[in-house]
Design a protein around this ligand. Structure first.
Ligand SMILES: Cc1ncc(C[n+]2csc(CCOP(=O)(O)OP(=O)(O)O)c2C)c(N)n1
Ligand SMILES: [Mg+2]
Length: 563
């Protein structure tokens, strides 16, 4: 390690060591010094239109690449990423929030400096609630250690962290001869052995075991291990909406997304009648489990996450998720026969049909029929290729996407737990910056688009080429099904005119199935910048999954206005 690195340079070095190559954000006077260091470094700065856009982009970047970073100025910028950091926390995405702050030499006598809310540490206190570790780098003697500690914690828990840089210390050298200490936490060997032993015995003794693979399998990079377990044993696998595409959906042992009563009935039946549900990295949230309609009995469950391992009614301490899942792979099993139809077969993609032909307009009957949510997703199913990352925003976009067929792992991003609108357009940017080989297919409602859609400008600036499908149903469609009123109406923008505003991109206005097919076809070939496809939908049209969800939510409101 070079002796004379400054605090800011050391932070940049460590981010780079962990695979970060881009930092999203917006500068301000409290953080300009650090932006200057970033500009001169190996990391590339991506500036967005709004901090919230930077926060969502960094979150998606972290989901695709393993760690992301967003850099903002004090309070006016920082507090704008509070919501995106909350989402990253709730959905386990390791984002490093870096904020500039007044210098230590400016803080004496508590002056009323611009951007300060109440006290100098107000912003830090907010982020204490939204992150797994936070630090204000006030002391050059401890700054490097603090950076190591905080970054390690982000990776250990796959959750966001907060680093505040007082502006007079960013360029100050830290201690010399600092070696970052890698911490390798290990499972207790005997507990691990006992836990794996008990789990394998339970699995082998079961008539109808099933693996429920969820979001942490993705965050901890265990997708291949889970696939190998399924290949070795022929135990069927399901995922959840948050974990959708955690493994490729083309595998013969993959049955689909499990969401309690909200999901497909055949998948629900299979899981709920299983005598051994092996939940790996699962997140028992209401949306994931269909608003608590899921019936998963602990007596027949193995539940393993980074925070907890329980088998039936008892817990094991000190067993890391990675070690447990690897332990499961190395165990001896009786191999089963695959008897269940796969997801591909369940949704009608049998071998007799060409397995996802290249999209051609001939593949569908050119129809003058009015486009519906259901048909939109059916056509998208034929359109998605393995070079795409599907990013869905809250609303019809996310619920309709449940039944999409994502052939490769990690290629579906959606805020399926915290569910903040405005995620998809900026997240598409973050995902493509993280992996330029992927073309984002962004599915977004008109309401969510009106929140962060201007980040298309960022896509143009950085030469990205998302295909953005705006589901324009003139309002907050999801809400209409729970309780309607004029507050759910939106101004209908001319979304298809946006290329004029940004001076780049192509747009399509779609009202019929034929127009949709033509637009998708053209978008496939227009790769130099973004395409926006405005799909005009009836205000009350909705996907089958949303239909089921809205019914449940309306029941929770006391049955009023239920659809
Ligand atoms: C930031 C944020 N504000 C409000 C909500 C509450 N909410 C959930 S769905 C929804 C409507 C979404 O409208 P739109 O994006 O047009 O999608 P649609 O439901 O019409 O498909 C709202 C307002 C939310 N989830 N996130
Ligand atoms: Mg809408």
């Amino acid at each position: 390690m070079k002796r004379n690195l400054s605090i800011g340079e050391y932070l940049i070095q460590r981010l780079h060591d962990y695979g970060v190559r881009h930092v999203f954000g917006i500068p301000g006077d409290y953080v300009l010094g650090f932006f200057d260091q970033l500009q001169k470094s190996k990391l590339k700065v991506i500036t967005t239109c709004d901090e919230q856009g930077a926060g969502f982009a960094a979150d998606a970047y972290a989901r695709v690449r393993g760690l992301g970073a967003v850099c903002v100025t004090y309070c006016v910028g920082g507090l704008k990423v509070a919501n995106t950091t909350a989402e990253a926390f709730a959905e386990k995405s390791p984002v490093v929030v870096i904020s500039g702050a007044p210098g230590m030499n400016e803080r004496e006598k508590n002056p009323l400096l611009h951007h300060k809310v109440r006290e100098f540490d107000t912003q830090k206190k907010v982020f204490d609630q939204l992150t797994v570790a936070s630090t204000v780098l006030t002391d050059p003697q401890t700054a490097f250690q603090e950076i190591d500690r905080v970054l390690h914690t982000a990776l250990r828990f796959k959750r966001p962290v907060y680093i505040e840089l007082p502006r007079d210390l960013v360029a100050v050298p830290g201690i010399g001869y600092h070696q970052p200490r890698e911490i390798h936490e290990q499972s207790d060997a005997r507990t691990l052995k006992a836990a794996v032993g008990e789990a394998v015995e339970m699995i082998n003794g079961a008539k109808k075991p099933v693996i429920l693979a969820d979001v942490e399998v993705h965050r901890f990079g265990l997708q291949d291990v889970v696939v190998k377990i399924a290949q070795k044993t022929n135990i069927p696998v399901v995922s959840t909406l948050l974990g959708k595409s955690v493994i490729g959906e083309q595998y013969p042992f993959y049955l689909g997304v499990y969401e309690g009563a909200m999901g497909r009935e055949d998948v629900r039946q299979y899981v709920e009648t299983s005598d051994c549900v092996v939940m790996l990295g699962a997140f028992l949230t209401d949306i994931n489990l269909g608003i608590f309609t899921a019936r998963l009995d602990p007596a027949r469950s193995i539940y393993a996450t980074s925070e907890k391992l329980s088998i039936r009614y008892h817990n094991y301490e000190n067993v890391r998720l990675k070690d447990f899942i690897r332990g499961l792979l190395n165990a001896k099993y009786r191999r089963r026969k695959l008897t269940e139809p796969s997801y591909a077969e369940r949704i009608g993609l049998t071998r007799s049909m060409p397995f996802f032909p290249a999209f051609t307009p001939k593949a569908t009957k050119r129809s003058q029929r009015q486009i519906t949510v259901d048909r939109l997703f059916q056509r998208l199913n034929a359109f998605i290729t393995e070079n795409m990352v599907v990013v869905a925003d809250v609303g019809n976009a996310l619920f309709g996407a449940t039944d999409l067929f994502i052939r490769h792992r990690t290629e579906f991003l959606g805020p399926a737990y915290y569910a903040s609108m405005g995620f998809a357009v900026p997240a598409g940017i973050g995902a493509q910056v993280a992996n330029p080989k992927l073309r984002p297919l962004v599915l977004v409602g008109d309401g969510a688009f009106q929140m962060t859609g201007m980040e298309l400008s960022t896509a143009v600036r950085y030469k990205l080429n998302p295909i953005v499908i705006v589901l324009n149903n003139c309002g907050y469609g999801t809400e209409r099904h729970i309780q309607d009123g004029p507050y759910n109406d939106l101004l209908s923008w001319n979304y298809h005119k946006l290329p004029e505003v940004f001076g780049a991109g192509r747009s399509f206005l779609v009202q019929t199935e034929k127009q949709l097919d033509e637009a998708l076809m053209a978008a496939q070939y227009h790769t130099e910048n973004f395409c926006i496809i405005e799909v005009r939908l009836e205000p009350l049209d909705r996907s089958p999954a949303l239909e089921r969800l809205a019914a449940r939510l309306a029941e929770n409101l006391g049955g009023r206005n239920s659809p």
